[in-house]
Design a protein around this ligand. Structure first.
Ligand code: NAD
Ligand code: TYD
Length: 352
């Protein structure tokens, strides 16, 4: 048996961002024992982490964070030193049709993890850390100008962002009330390999491959800041190890795009990669009914993490988008697997 100097549980490690975080930790820290706790919802996929499955310092645990008894027993058994919490219901459109599922996983699930950590650490917080991975959507919507900073007031508009805001507040409250050593990061929109094709970029990549229409909500002038997922994983590693307790850090790509401009760029790149006639994919763009409560603009001031921890994105949007498209084209089986079955029902309901 190897002698590990830290036991870390990463929740949601079979999902999009979580799989990149788990891979980074398992490969970079052979002296840490990494547990990947995931209930494998529609968004969780063991194929995302097949390459590390057999690593000695890695163990997958199938389990639901909403099950308090299970979580308490698990924490009691393994006595984790660190929690990196990514498990969540993550899609805004799904939160509009089923908000309660978001309260259960994002709020109650987070509470269960906080209680279990508090219980096993029992006020002995040396070398312990609870890291809550959150979103910039908790800050609500910006107008045409301005940036979210760590001191921007929370003002969530969607059931998703309300549930994430609530979980952020509970994490902070456990820090203030019980002294739990926590860090929170609020990150902008991620993109990259393994992204489930319900979010804008992977959905549109899949639809372009299949020559299906590209449903742009409203006038397409909504703006998001986009960050390559591997740069987010690097930031999480840095904050986990070097961030200050009881602090929050904003993470962003310095990379704002109006949806319609991003979609046109994606169409252009896909036409090139697929050897299609220039302009072919753009013809698939269809303006559809807007999302209710659609936030106009998100933009992040990531100067704190840059100044204090030296982090900045390493990949340009051109490079990241190119790598992302290449990954989807090289992994058509992955795409086929995740878009069969339930996905078809979701798609019909959301876009018919
Ligand atoms: P995702 O939907 O791709 O993956 C979520 C993972 O959590 C899946 O593997 C799923 O099986 C697991 N999960 C869901 N409910 C669970 C439960 N009850 N118990 C155990 N596991 C459960 O999400 P993502 O995009 O990778 O996001 C990960 C985290 O990062 C989330 O907390 C999200 O709020 C946050 N975040 C996401 C983005 C983004 O752009 N995707 C940006 C900022 C922050
Ligand atoms: P999304 O990827 O769902 O992320 P979020 O809502 O968390 O920012 O959406 C990104 C943007 O793209 C958002 O403004 C909504 C828009 N959008 C569409 O126009 N059409 C779509 O089919 C989807 C899924 C999103």
């Amino acid at each position: 048996m190897a002698n590990y100097n830290k036991k870390i549980v990463i929740t949601g490690g079979a999902g999009f961002i979580g799989s990149h975080v788990v891979r980074l930790f398992v490969n970079k820290y052979p002296n840490y024992q990494i547990f990947n706790l995931d209930s494998l919802t529609y968004a969780g996929n063991l194929e995302n982490i097949a390459d590390i499955e057999k690593k000695e310092n890695y163990q997958f645990i199938k389990g639901d964070i909403t099950d308090a008894d299970f979580i308490n027993q698990l924490f009691d058994k393994h006595k984790f030193d660190g929690v990196i919490h990514l498990a969540a219901e993550s899609h805004v459109d799904r939160s509009i049709s089923d908000p309660l599922a978001f309260v259960k996983t994002n709020v109650i699930g987070t509470m269960n993890l906080l209680n279990a950590a508090k219980s096993i650490w029992a006020n002995n917080y040396e070398r312990k850390r609870f890291y809550h991975v959150s979103t910039d959507e908790v800050y609500g919507s910006l107008g045409a100008t301005g940036l979210f900073t760590e001191t921007t007031s929370y003002d969530p508009n969607s059931p998703y962002s309300a549930s994430k805001a609530s979980s952020d507040h509970f994490v902070r409250a456990y820090g203030e009330t019980y002294g739990l050593p926590y860090v929170i990061t609020n990150c902008s929109n991620n993109y990259g390999p393994n992204h489930f094709p319900e979010k804008l970029i992977p959905l549109f990549i899949n639809n372009i491959i299949e020559k299906k229409s590209l449903p742009v909500y409203g006038d397409g002038k909504y703006t998001r800041d986009w960050l390559f997922v591997k740069d987010h994983a690097v930031a999480i590693d840095l904050v986990f190890h070097e961030g200050k307790n009881h602090e929050t850090y904003n993470i962003g790509g310095f990379n704002e795009w109006q949806n319609i401009d991003l979609v046109k760029l994606l169409c252009k790149k896909m036409d090139e990669k697929l050897g299609r006639i220039a302009g072919e994919s753009e013809e698939l763009i269809t303006y559809v009914k807007d999302r209710p409560g659609h936030d106009l603009r998100y933009a992040i001031d990531a100067s704190k993490i840059n100044r204090e921890l030296g982090w900045k994105p390493s990949v340009t949007f051109e490079e990241g988008l190119g790598q992302t498209i290449d990954w989807y084209l090289a992994n058509e089986t992955w795409l086929k697997n995740v878009t069969s079955g339930d996905y078809q029902h979701y798609y019909e309901k959301q876009y018919s």
